[in-house]
Design a protein around this ligand. Structure first.
Ligand SMILES: *[C@@H]1O[C@H](CO)[C@@H](O)[C@H](O)[C@H]1NC(C)=O
Ligand SMILES: *[C@@H]1O[C@H](CO)[C@@H](O)[C@H](O)[C@H]1NC(C)=O
Length: 841
């Protein structure tokens, strides 16, 4: 280095010499580098100016500065050399001027002489390039494009020329290059060029070193740090932590439940990185159900959920950063089912009313069961309450058939309230129930039933036509017309007449009315069949027998059969004079058509010729002597006998009994007067005719019977027909009248009956004649027979014995006996007629 310096000095010296030659007669100029040491020789003035060195000190040579100028040089008076007296800094003296000249003056005395010295200061590379700041701060947005240029501050070098800044360089980096160019005027400047885009999110700051180098020898350099701050650009959208958030939520979650929290991050800085959340495209329903906190991303339930309404929600969530970059995520909310719906029972079809005769397992209804819950929560079982004749049969899915399991009977149960219970399989299970009202329709399956098995009615005879006899009632449990009972009489005959002529029945009430007045003496009872029919279709019916018993009223007065009430004289009884006390004299025979008490007769003597002589048996009617007959007693004794029945009030009849105390009929001539009259002679005449005709009849009869007998041995039995003949004369007169004109009863029915009646009216019932002794079915046949029959009849102690005897007789004797009996009777009849004729004559 010193070598180099010396070389440069030598060079400059040569140059100075050359310059000096130019200024021999003028100024002396030297070129001299700056910053030389003090005392360094710039040049030899004495020599260059031709001055005598020895004289220099004499002449007091000195360097004078003009004015206030600084004295940079000095002269060595001993050698005449110009030396550096003061530090010469070209940059300090001249700055950036390319030519820097220091003007100094050499002053000499004796003679005073002044010589100008120009020292041309030459630049030496003594300054390095310098930057104004230690750090250059740059802010570059990360969004800056490639190729963007950023002008950099220049470095300053006090040196000039080539010693000033000649080039720049930049430290190795991946983003920037340097572009250096020179301007007019020689200044060099540089620009930072973006070679690769910045990313704030990767590198927030880039630090570079910029070096400026000058052209000196050796070169000097200066450096500065470039701090590039990468400014954020909103180049990052928010990013969700998950693309899809899946949440399961029970449907019974309370309000304000936090369902999910979405989160998105944004790599950007500041506002660019501030994320807010909102729903993207969601339905109004979803908006009403969930709320989203824009800052925290919390999704909160704000409305109650219903699995049965919606089972899944898909919410699009949008995250937005400060300057509007968005991204999306989906929140899938799966609603899980809770058993919150009870089953619902729907009556699909109901066949009500159901006819009661439907067969077993008839479908009467269809039930639909629904449960909105899912899976087991929606699995439903149905059941019925006990004790109804129905069951549920599962049909197709969720449908059940309601079918009968037993017979229905409307008359027992007309309505059913069937409670259906449906239970699901949830836990806890929910159930619901529904009541179905089923009514049973009527079928006419019950016939009317009479309240009693047999009805019997008791009616007093002589009732008013139209009076009610009795009431029958039948019930039918069926409904309305199927159970409406109508009564009617079943047609039948009562003793040959239609039953409707006796009674009628009211169709609705069942009251049986008498159509006519009844006569106990005609018949005591009859039966009526009453039909009860309902109005169903077809109708059902049942019948019942109504026995109508006619009870007796005391409407018949006793009828005296013997003696004849007319008081015929030949009815006189003969009483032997020798009759002792208590001997039977006669008997009054009376009958009463009534029965019971009404026919219970009592006999009294109401008037007597000799009240103490005769007495009458109160009930037998037997007249007996009370004491022995004495000679003093009158031969003619008359008794008035009254016969009373025991009815309430009682009815009576009287008769006269003529008694003749005599042993011989001839002894009593008065008898003829007493008894003889027109009628008796007439009677005798009739009797004779009767006798002849009876005799003839019997003879004819016998001949016929004999004839028949020989032909057919069995026939003759029929002859007597079980009937007994009694003389018409002894029948009560009213019977005769009844038969003849029908005027006995005033009621029209009776008349009507008689006029329309058959010849059965020939037969009169006398069952009440003497109860207990006569068979009730025995009839008295009214025939014209001989009065002689009466002989046997009256001689018997009472009537019943007579009948009994006759009956036995006829039933026992053989045909031969009958024939001989008939002959005897004929003979007796002839004898009686003979005696009577004799008596009259
Ligand atoms: C009566 O029964 C018949 C069947 O026998 C039925 O059709 C009808 O509806 C029933 N009437 C009423 C009023 O119930
Ligand atoms: C009366 O009822 C009986 C059964 O109770 C029946 O056999 C008879 O045929 C019925 N008579 C009439 C005329 O309906």
């Amino acid at each position: 280095n010193s070598w180099c310096r010396a070389l440069s000095v030598a060079l400059q010296l040569c140059l100075s010499v050359f310059v000096m030659a130019d200024t021999v007669y003028g100024d002396v100029s030297y070129s001299f580098p700056e910053e030389m040491k003090r005392g360094s020789v710039i040049g030899n003035l004495a020599k260059d100016l031709g001055l005598d060195v020895n004289r220099l000190s004499v002449r007091k040579a000195r360097i004078d500065t003009e004015g206030s100028r600084k004295k940079y040089c000095d002269i060595n008076v001993n050698t005449g050399e110009l030396t550096v007296a003061e530090r010469i800094d070209r940059e300090g003296l001249c700055g950036k001027k390319t030519v820097c000249v220091i003007k100094q003056e050499l002053v000499l005395q004796n003679p005073l002489e002044s010589q100008r010295i120009n020292i041309n200061v030459q630049d030496v590379n003594d300054n390095a390039p310098v930057f104004k700041k230690d750090v250059i701060k740059l802010e570059i947005s990360e969004s800056a494009d490639k190729g963007s240029r950023f002008l950099l501050e220049e470095a300053h070098d006090a040196d000039i020329g080539t010693n000033s800044v000649q080039s720049y360089s930049i430290s190795q980096n991946e983003h920037f290059t340097l572009s250096v160019s020179s301007k007019a005027g020689g200044r060099v400047y540089c620009e930072l060029v973006l070679d690769k885009e910045l990313d704030r999110e990767r590198e927030q700051e880039v630090t570079l070193i910029l070096t400026a180098v000058d052209g000196g020898t050796p070169p000097r350099s200066g450096t500065v740090a470039i701090q590039v701050t990468v400014l954020d650009a909103n180049d990052n959208a928010p990013v969700f932590t998950q693309a899809v958030y899946k949440v399961s939520l029970p449907e019974n979650s309370p309000l304000d439940t936090v369902v999910a929290t979405v989160s998105a991050t944004d790599a950007d800085y500041g506002v660019n990185g501030e994320v807010s959340y909102e729903f993207s495209h969601v339905s109004d329903n979803d908006l009403a159900t969930f709320s989203l906190d824009p800052n925290s991303g919390q999704i909160v339930l704000i409305a109650s959920l219903d699995y049965e309404g919606e089972t899944i929600f898909e919410l699009q969530i949008q995250a937005t950063d400060g300057l509007g970059l968005v991204s999306f995520a989906t929140v899938v909310i799966d609603i899980s089912d809770i058993n919150d719906n009870a089953p619902v029972i729907l009556i699909d079809t109901l066949y009500s009313p159901v006819p009661e005769n439907v067969p077993l397992s008839t479908e009467v209804g269809i039930i639909n069961v629904q449960d909105r819950d899912a899976d087991n929560n929606g699995q439903v079982h149905c059941s019925l309450q006990q004790n109804v004749p129905f069951k549920l049969v599962p049909s197709i899915k969720n449908y059940y058939s309601l079918v009968t399991t037993g017979e229905l009977d409307r008359e027992l149960v007309s309505d059913y309230d069937i409670t259906i219970t449906a239970t699901d399989e949830g836990s806890p299970p929910l159930s619901s129930s529904k009541t179905v009202h089923l009514s049973v329709a009527d079928v006419n399956d019950n016939p009317p039933v009479f309240e009693e098995q047999v009805y019997s009615a008791h009616v007093k005879e002589n009732n008013k036509p139209g009076s009610s006899v009795c009431t029958v009632a039948a019930t039918d449990p069926d409904w309305r017309q199927n159970g409406t009972v109508v009564y009617s009489l079943l047609p039948s005959d009562v003793r040959g007449a239609p039953v409707s002529s006796f009674v009628s029945i009211h169709g609705d009430t069942g009251v049986i009315h008498a159509v006519r007045s009844f006569d106990y003496e005609q018949f005591k009872s009859f039966k009526v069949l009453v039909l009860a029919r309902d109005n169903g279709s077809p109708p059902l019916s049942s019948n019942v027998t109504v026995s109508i018993f006619i009870s007796d009223e005391n409407d018949n007065s006793p009828q005296i059969l013997y003696p004849s009430p007319e008081g015929n004289s030949f009815m006189t009884e003969m009483v032997p004079k020798a009759a002792q006390s208590g001997s039977l004299v006669s008997k009054v025979i009376a009958v009463d058509s009534d029965s019971g008490q009404n026919a219970w007769l009592s006999y009294h003597i109401v008037k007597a010729t000799d009240p103490g002589l005769f007495t009458i048996g109160e009930h037998s009617g037997e007249i007996r002597t009370q004491r022995d007959i004495s000679e003093s007693d009158s031969t003619k004794q008359n008794l008035i006998v009254s016969v009373k029945d025991n009815g309430q009030p009682s009815l009576s009849a009287t008769c006269a009994v003529y008694l003749l105390i005599s042993d011989n009929l001839a002894e009593v001539p008065e008898l003829k007067d007493m008894s003889y009259d027109e009628s008796s002679s007439k009677l005798t005449f009739y009797l004779i005719i009767a006798l002849v005709s009876v005799s003839t009849f019997f003879l004819t009869f016998i001949i016929i019977i004999l004839a028949v007998r020989f032909c057919h041995r069995r026939k003759p039995r029929l002859l007597f027909d079980g009937a007994v003949a009694i003389p018409s004369a002894y029948l009560p007169p009213n019977y005769a009248e009844v038969e003849g004109a029908g005027t006995l009863r005033s009621t029209y029915n009776y008349d009507a009956y008689l006029t329309t009646g058959s010849r059965t009216s020939d037969f009169k019932f006398v069952t009440s004649y003497n109860e207990g002794t006569l068979p009730s079915d025995l009839t008295l046949k009214k025939t014209h027979t001989s009065i002689d029959d009466l002989e046997g009849f009256t001689s018997a102690t009472n009537g019943s014995q007579v009948w009994h005897f006759v009956l036995n007789f006829f039933s026992c004797v053989s045909d031969v006996y009958i024939l001989s009996g008939s002959a005897i009777l004929t003979f007796l009849g002839s004898v009686a007629v003979y005696f009577l004729t004799l008596q009259h004559s």
